[in-house]
Design a protein. Sequence first.
Length: 668
Amino acid sequence: MYTYDSICLYKDNKPWFPFMGEVHYSRLPEHEWRDALYRIKMGGVDVVASYCFWIHHEEIKGDYDFTGCRDLRLFVQTVKDCGLSMFLRIGPWSHGEARNGGFPDWLLKEDCELRKNDPKYFALVQGYYQKLYEQVEGLLLKNGGPIIGVQIENEYGHVGGLTGDAGEEHMRTLTNMAKQIGFDVPLYTATGWNGAVLGDCLPVMGGYCDAPWDRGITQRKPNENFVFTHERNDIGIGSDAGLGSRLSYDMHKFPYLTAELGGGLQVTHHRRTMPAAKDTAAMSVVKMGSGCNLLGYYMYHGGRNPQGKLTTLQETYASGGYNDLPELSYDFQAPLGAYSQIHPSYHELRLLAMFVKDFGADLCVMPAMIPEDNPKNPADIEHLRYSFRHNGTWGYAFINNHVRHMSRPNFKNVVLTVPGMDVVLPPMDIAPGQFGFYPYNMPVHGGMITFAEATPLCTINQTMVLYGTRIDATGDVLLISKDDALQSYKIIGAQEHLMISNQPLIQSNEGIEIFAEADVRLKVYPAWNQTPDGFEYIGTDGVFAVYERKKIQSQPTCRVEKISEYMYRLTCSDIPETADDVVCRLHYTADCAEIYVDGKKVMDDFYTDGHWQINLRRHGFPNIMDIVLRPLKKDDFVYLEAWPLLEKGQICRLDNASVVSVERIVIH
């Protein structure tokens, strides 16, 4: 059972702090869904969100396609099989950097007013909603399925649509239509920023550390999402389509929930922003310290646009969109990229996900207390950014000394007084770039944490694990380094284990699956009763048992040949038959790059820093791939965080390429 009040969500009548991540099924091959969802789950996500793009399913009027990567029913069933819950974002307009915001081309030619209170438009939407429902019938929560919520529309009243009473009527009509068709779920949400209307839905908010949709090609000013505040709005979202600075609802009546924290940033042709992992993580800590009780990320997993029947399916200026996007790549620089490759933000966000999984119920009911001297100006570099959440007995001090593209001072001997409690925290030195949340008077098994300049990670059996520098506590606690925490996974079975792995892994119904590009080194607490097959126990590191396994597979090779001024050919050889995948890593310097297999373009990329990964399994382990580059010129209308050194006013060069096999190791 899922409900909510003005404070938080509830699951089975208990406060619930979910961790949600967006992945688009139609932007991933169906044979990759299982591994992708388990990797999402291993990152700590418990709720998956996904748009249903109308143009992906009915590109030709009346010709619905729910096959292959568009097989919505199979995807929802896979979500269930992987032990995840789901929010279905049914539009009808979605944006999501899709062509026409997800509307089919034929719909734009219909004799009706789109996204208005036009009965002809509603009739067309009803037909689409009905087809979606037929795909998920029997997979809603009430039937034992994973779908716990439905999002109606997107940014309605902010990016297009109607405002005021007419907009509310529109949203209510869509919501009632969905319910009457059969979408009977506990939660109905709508994006709530910048004047978007709700129609009685639960508002979800967003926040991005930069704006790749910004019309300019200069660095943006310091971002308000790095400031602790009770303001939930982010006026930067959708600023390519129109600015808004208000909310259409009383925020005191609803919990503070997010669905679109920027898990990354999609690269547009004119603006190539590159979010650092710390940008995403620090922004998330600030949201938590500002009272947020759901961390939801757009995107959490990147993808690749499907093949269109009539057109390409990406957003472009030519098709009336707000930006020019790559034809195929929707990597988004998300925690998990277009090939499920792990970006550094995956590790940073997993720390927060593990925390809210074990401690979120307590945090939910702790109000945010933001002191008056907390800086309100995003450009303020003189004052420490901090807040508190507590229940009157114990709580957390939230600290942020990281701001994207902005140097920060070193704060020495900081003494913080907890508002509403007779507690003064010990002096702290806050280094530039430091962020986190530190517990005080926190009960643990067998004792209490008086104060820790360390952040709780999870519990392993009855032991509380924290990462940081110092801790004043009694009871069952374990302090590890931030570096170890970033490589840690909580394994749940007959006994809980904390596993620190130098290679990515998932926990599935098959066991622990490790995806190894090199030798595997595992630190496990508590130690396994038996050393797994293929591994060697080599001793201890503190309380951790250490196990190692040498990589067995041989390595493939690749040869690069320059075919013409702008084309290179990669020939891959000696691919092991037992390889789970082969990763090709390229570094190029140009405006953009395209990969062709047998003459067909299979992926593309807009240059940011030139590092690009292609996984060969998706493309059938090709032995030959052609790389086509387009020159980057000094007068191009492009924002780059770091421009390369041009040669005679332009550059177009493949710098290097390498391949490595991936071995899947299963520990039962």
